[in-house]
Design a protein around this ligand. Structure first.
Ligand code: PLP
Length: 241
């Protein structure tokens, strides 16, 4: 199969239009420029052909959360795309032993939440020699370490560690809203954490926040990167792990 099926293409065109309209409306409501919000299409569990179809529709940034799946998909997209590049964002928890692999294909890692990962990613990037890797420090907004992220008071230390490594480029903060909580309250806290980080690292003003269910709230609170899966690609089957 050399190209995505026409009906899937039409489906993705419609869902992309709807997501872009939601982003535009959310930006308009608070007087922000939609061009300042990067849409990261989270394609986990979906095939390379969907990435290609979305890329043809103008999407440039794609997110994945598991290294094994992502590595294979990136290679397949590269084959199909024949040189037309897309940017890959790693948004899931990174195991240290996967850092070398992730650092090879990712342009950005949104989920850096501990010092050993800073070292592992920087060393891997140095070995790959492919230029700096964009890094977001993942902030835990719910105090549940199982879901990844550092508590807000751990952000400065981790950001300082990132900033010491020339192979990494500190972009800002990332978070997932707590389950069963008001996303506005959570993203308002994230905005405060972001402001404190910018006071310390002026170039690190990016905020990766907002998914299919809460992207409007994230945009209200300054998100520069929204990570959208379900609303673009459809409901994922439950992950069995
Ligand atoms: C899967 C995932 C998303 C996308 O979530 P949807 O609700 O499907 O839009 C965003 N961020 C992270 C970290 C994810 O793992």
């Amino acid at each position: 199969m050399a190209s995505p099926g026409e009906s899937r293409r039409a489906e993705l065109r419609a869902s992309l239009g709807a997501v872009r309209a939601r982003i535009a409306a959310a930006c308009a409501a608070v007087g922000r420029d939609p061009a300042a919000v990067t849409l990261v299409a989270v394609t986990k569990t979906y095939p390379a052909m969907d990435v290609v179809a979305l890329a043809e529709l103008g999407v440039t940034d794609f997110g994945e959360s598991r290294d094994q799946e992502a590595g294979a998909k990136v290679a397949e997209v590269e084959r199909i795309q024949d040189g037309r590049a897309v940017d890959w964002h790693f948004v899931g928890q990174v195991q240290r032993r996967k850092a070398r692999s992730v650092a090879r294909y990712a342009g950005a890692v949104h989920s850096v939440d501990r010092a050993e990962l800073v070292t592992a990613l920087a060393d891997a990037r140095a070995a790959a020699g492919t230029g700096p890797l964009d890094v977001f420090v993942q902030v835990s907004l719910d105090g549940d370490p199982g879901r990844g992220g550092v508590p807000a008071d751990g952000v400065a230390g981790l950001a300082d560690a990132v900033a010491t490594r020339p192979e990494l480029r500190l972009r800002g903060v990332m978070a997932v809203a707590p389950m069963d909580a008001d996303p506005d309250e959570a993203f308002a806290r994230l905005a405060e954490t972001s402001a404190a980080l910018v006071a310390r690292h002026p170039g690190a003003g990016a905020i990766s926040a907002g998914m299919s269910g809460d992207l409007e709230a994230a945009i209200r609170h300054g998100a520069t990167h929204v990570r959208v899966g379900t609303a673009l690609l459809g409901r994922r089957p439950p992950v069995i792990s």
